[in-house]
Design a protein around this ligand. Structure first.
Ligand code: SPV
Ligand code: MG
Length: 290
């Protein structure tokens, strides 16, 4: 059985961990082959895959199925985006039991009300839970996990909700006091200053996780210069890369009225066979099909 401690061990090495978004076992395998340290089981990506907004429409069961399938096809640790925990502290208890069994190495719970609204949308309706209620959810998660190596990451959306750095710091400290192993600070500002200022002001012991989608200049050098940040999550680059590639190829096929030109620019069918482990199927056929 998978154990979550691979992520904890990697964190102990004090290297910045690069965690790539995935929405399927296939994207998980590609992220692993590309050399990432972990997988972000993104709610945004899965919602987009279904053509849905990331506003708590995808069920926990759908997301869990994705996590289980990714865990079967990749050995990378999985950081599960469990949104608000799908309800109150009681829902969190059930979610932690399920995600731990599914093989997650970490869960990220955000301090928004259920149903949540996706973070990066302009003028999104961002409602936060009372700090005490969210602390109860963190305490529920910590009390429920069977393996202490399953990391519980508290995500504050205070900056996303426009409540300012002071509130974000207060909440992060309260969540650490409730037992959170790490703090994810999210921001939709187009430049890194908001998050950089938060990180500089953070005096807690819990390492920080960031998702620099909105402020892409925050590269490794800049993150390392700040210190305190242990994980960077590339939050939606698997689904955006897929959309880019599909739009391009579909448009070219339409323009060329055929697949004759695009064929050399997309992976071969053999490459897909490789990803499907077709070799193994052939070998098993030889061994077992009498
Ligand atoms: C996700 O990828 O689902 C996230 C990151 O939670 S964000 O969409 O930026 O909120
Ligand atoms: Mg999400």
């Amino acid at each position: 059985m998978r154990t979550p401690n691979q992520l904890k061990k990697s964190l102990a090495s004090h290297h910045l961990l690069h965690v790539m978004a995935a929405h399927s076992p296939l994207s998980a395998r590609l992220a692993e082959e590309a050399g990432f340290d972990g997988l972000w089981a993104s709610g945004f990506e899965l919602s987009a895959l279904y053509g849905l907004a990331d506003v708590s429409l995808i069920s926990m069961t759908q997301h869990l199925d994705m996590v289980r399938a990714m865990a079967e096809h990749s050995s990378l640790p999985i950081v599960a985006d469990i949104d608000t925990g799908f309800g109150n502290a009681i829902n969190v208890i059930y979610a932690i039991q399920q995600y731990e069994r599914a093989g997650a190495a970490a869960v990220v719970i955000e301090d928004k009300t259920f149903p949540k609204v996706t973070s990066l949308v302009a003028d999104g309706r961002q409602e936060l839970l009372r700090t005490e209620e969210f602390q109860g959810k963190i305490r529920a998660a910590i009390a429920t996990r069977r393996d202490p190596d399953l990391l519980v990451i508290a995500r504050t959306e205070a900056l996303i909700a426009g409540l300012g750095e002071e509130e974000a710091l207060k909440r992060a400290a309260a969540y650490e006091a409730a037992g959170a192993d790490m703090i994810l600070i999210h921001s939709k500002q187009k430049t890194p200053d908001e998050v950089e200022s938060f990180v500089r002001a953070w005096t807690g012991k819990a390492p920080i996780v960031i998702v620099p989608t909105a402020y892409p200049e925050m590269n490794e050098a800049r993150i390392k210069a700040l210190g305190k940040i242990a994980i960077v999550i590339y939050g939606n680059h698997a689904i955006r890369a897929s959309v880019t590639a599909m739009k391009d190829v579909f448009a070219r096929i339409q323009k060329d009225r055929g697949i004759q030109n695009v064929n050399r620019d997309i992976v071969s069918v053999e490459e897909v066979f490789r990803l499907q482990k077709m070799d193994q199927i052939k070998a098993d056929e030889k061994r077992f099909l009498a």
